[in-house]
Design a protein around this ligand. Sequence first.
Ligand SMILES: Nc1ncnc2c1ncn2[C@@H]1O[C@H](COP(=O)(O)OP(=O)(O)OP(=O)(O)O)[C@@H](O)[C@H]1O
Ligand SMILES: [Mg+2]
Length: 159
Amino acid sequence: MTQSMENELTVRIEAPAETIMVTPLDLFVRDLIQQFPAFSKSEGLVDMLELAFHEAFTNIGNHAYRSELKGRVTVQIRVSLQQLEFRFEDNGESFDPEKVPTPNFEGPCEEGLGIWLIRQIMDKYLYHSENGSKNVLRLIKDIPGSIPDGILSRDHGTK
Ligand SMILES: Nc1ncnc2c1ncn2[C@@H]1O[C@H](COP(=O)(O)OP(=O)(O)OP(=O)(O)O)[C@@H](O)[C@H]1O
Ligand SMILES: [Mg+2]
């Protein structure tokens, strides 16, 4: 891997939100991120990140596009020294993630786990809808042990 790839990489994929895309995209994301030093040593972390990606993509296929004919999703994966970001753009139905209840772990719990899981795995779940026609979901994971963005660019007595 080249030095610049280790520092920052952005990949954009446009695909239908169909079930047929789920496994290929999961595998692609997994294979990509595990090549970065921040993730290569922890298969458990890669598993979790793949799961978060999987839940977000399948939610778009199941809920944003409820009809048989699925719309398209633009997936963007960005890896930098500080962060991993999964960004999803769809043109389906929007929703309010703040109104999704926490799963009830007392009873049978087979549904309604996706967003909860994503929030456990990722540091940020950011969702907004633009003009009711474009929905953007950004999932951000800060890289453990990295120096937060911005600190290095501020003047800290460097010449
Ligand atoms: N991308 C999305 N667009 C529109 N609605 C969504 C989206 N993601 C989630 N939702 C809504 O939020 C609810 C909760 O989503 P969550 O992933 O937690 O559970 P689920 O998809 O219903 O079940 P599970 O993920 O456990 O199979 C969904 O039932 C749906 O109403
Ligand atoms: Mg779900």
